[in-house]
Design a binder for this molecule. Structure first.
Ligand SMILES: [Zn+2]
Length: 465
């Protein structure tokens, strides 16, 4: 995605403010939009952390501590927002812990989605279902972004890296979630991101703050993003968005390197958009941390990625989403064949990346109505890229955490880590089990899953009625 990610950028179509706003008003004032299939329930309040017992011990059929590390009958002991320990089935339970028996379920680490756009909102009921020509103003977009965040969390994703947001709304949303005002995943946000001017007609008049050219301007923009609270730097090094499947280079090696140098000096990672892979060698040489999308990557690029530890975030499912929603999203119907060809090439590249030993990370690139389906990318990894369910799980846990630089506290269920885990109904022998989410625990707080992503309809066993 490029165009809707860039605030103030003029869209190809003209904004019909009146129609959209009237329709929005008829849906009610700025509350969160209704959930598509289920009644909204309020979240359970965080567990009190001062009253006895001081800890909670959750006993499972099995605990997948990390992909490939399974403890049958394992127990997760949570103390406040932190994991105190993970116990074997026959280990004595701590005397100060309340016991929660979850003997038919499996615990997996809280999942990480390395590529979202939580603030991209659209309600199919607007204006006869048409996509508005311009994004909503920030105050109107926020309730939708909150709902997107909640759906994402309910799919088992406790951390997202948000790579491009209107008016840096992801940073505002992240702050609200961290303050406990909104229920959602923790967000490593990029804010508006960085892109060169001239991509969209009228952009110069609009003067988006992210549109910069030349190493000095790019470096300054990166510093601005960090000052605004960005926890990742996002750079668009090629064209390509929704039904524009091109991938023309937009930035030089020097420009990419300028962003990387600023970010790394602040201990922040860099994600670079490259739709085709034509800029990949510059991205790798500049020392960026992840390459997003890249339909094609040469064998030489893949070898260099493995050697330098650059992760590949293929975002295959997002083009499935666009193809399946072409008319609803107002895209060109003729683009369907293009989407299919792009998806096939993307899959082939991911297969070669896997064979080459490149770290592959799950990024849904979810937008609009895609939230809650974020982990459909894992289905693609298993069904088309040839991963085992455990390998797919790694792309959204341990490998994702390492790529994002948070593997010292997230991506696995280990003592001292943040208490993030997902309760699923199944043993993950099939990747379908990952959609059978019955409970989510984030930083020790139990999230009431109102609508399990897999539609299992079970009651949340961790939330008392
Ligand atoms: Zn994107």
């Amino acid at each position: 995605m490029i165009s809707r990610e860039r605030p103030n950028a003029r869209r190809r179509r003209t904004w019909v403010a009146g129609a959209a706003l009237v329709t929005l008003a008829s849906c009610g004032p700025a509350g969160p939009p209704p959930r598509p299939q289920a009644t909204m329930q309020t979240s359970a309040p965080p567990r009190p952390q001062t009253s006895a017992p001081t800890a909670t011990a959750y006993r499972f059929a099995r605990v997948i501590v990390a992909p490939g590390e399974v403890i049958e009958g394992g127990v997760i002991v949570v103390d406040g927002a932190t994991i105190r320990g993970v116990l074997a089935a026959d280990a004595p339970l701590p005397g100060d812990a309340a016991i929660v028996e979850l003997g038919r379920y499996t615990a997996i680490p809280g999942l990480i989605d390395a590529h979202t756009h939580l603030t991209f909102c659209w309600d199919p009921r607007w204006d006869g279902g048409k996509m508005p020509d311009e994004p909503l103003p920030p105050a109107e977009a926020m309730p939708f972004a909150e709902a997107n965040a909640r759906r994402t969390l309910e799919a088992g994703i406790t951390t997202v890296r948000d790579l491009g947001a209107l008016h840096q709304l992801d940073l505002a949303l992240a702050a609200r979630i961290d303050a406990g005002e909104v229920v959602g995943p923790r967000i490593l946000g990029a804010g508006e991101g960085i892109w060169p001017p001239g991509l969209v007609p009228g952009e110069a008049e609009d003067g988006p703050s992210g549109a910069v050219r030349g190493p000095e301007e790019v470096a300054a923009a990166a510093r601005d993003r960090l000052a605004d609270g960005a926890r990742v730097i996002k750079l668009w090094a090629s064209t390509g968005t929704d039904d524009d499947l091109s991938g023309q280079p937009l930035y030089s090696y020097e420009e990419i390197k300028a962003a990387v140098d600023v970010a790394h000096a602040h201990g922040v990672k860099v994600a670079v958009h490259d739709y085709l892979g034509e800029v990949a060698d510059d991205i790798i040489r500049a020392g960026a941390d992840t390459i997003e999308h890249a339909r094609e990557l040469s064998d030489a690029s893949l070898a260099a990625m493995r050697e330098r530890g650059v992760a590949y975030v293929p975002t295959i499912w997002h083009n499935v989403y666009y193809r399946d929603n072409i008319e609803r999203l107002g895209l060109d119907p003729a683009a369907a064949a293009g989407f299919d060809a792009f998806i096939d090439a993307n899959v082939a590249t991911a297969r070669r990346a896997k064979a080459a030993g490149v770290t592959i990370v799950m990024g849904s690139d979810a937008v609009f109505t895609g939230f809650g389906d974020n982990t459909r990318e894992l289905d693609v990894f298993v069904e088309r890229v040839g991963m085992t369910p455990m390998e797919a799980l790694a792309t959204a846990t341990t490998d994702a955490a390492r790529a994002l630089g948070i593997d010292d506290r997230l991506g696995a269920i280990r003592p001292g880590y943040e208490a993030d885990f997902v309760v699923i109904d199944g043993d993950l022998a099939s990747i379908e089990d990952i959609h059978r989410v019955v409970s989510v625990v984030k930083r020790g707080a139990v999230i009431d899953v109102a609508a399990p992503a897999g539609g299992s309809g079970m009651l949340n066993p961790l939330v008392s009625p």
